[in-house]
Design a binder for this molecule. Structure first.
Ligand SMILES: O=C(O)C[C@H]1C=CC(=O)O1
Length: 96
């Protein structure tokens, strides 16, 4: 199943710099592993903000919840999820 996910990162302004660096490094490693596995299909920065638009390809809602709640930045993000399905006018056969 494909999901459009928008994440807006809201780190506390008073979080110490070394803690910020650590959480961002762990987030990067976690997201890159999911990208290698093909579960995090697209990752785009939203220009002008500390936010991203992502496309996840996971088995079901439960797996999406598991993956997203494992993000090190999860406690510091507002997250919006939109489930996607095939558009009847799409010429793609493989949902890529
Ligand atoms: O920077 C972000 O948008 C938040 C998050 C998503 C992937 C990652 O490495 O950090």
């Amino acid at each position: 199943m494909l999901f459009h996910v928008e994440m807006v990162v809201k780190l506390p302004p008073d979080m110490p710099a070394d803690q910020v660096a650590d959480i961002k490094a762990r987030e990067k490693a976690y997201s890159q592993e999911l990208q290698r596995q093909g579960k995090w299909r697209h990752l785009w920065r939203v220009a002008g903000s500390y936010a991203n638009v992502s496309l996840f390809d996971v088995n079901d809602n439960d797996e999406l919840q598991e993956v997203i709640s494992g993000l090190p930045l999860f406690p510091y993000m507002d997250i919006q999820v939109k489930p996607l399905c095939r558009h009847p006018s799409s010429i793609r056969e493989d949902n890529t």
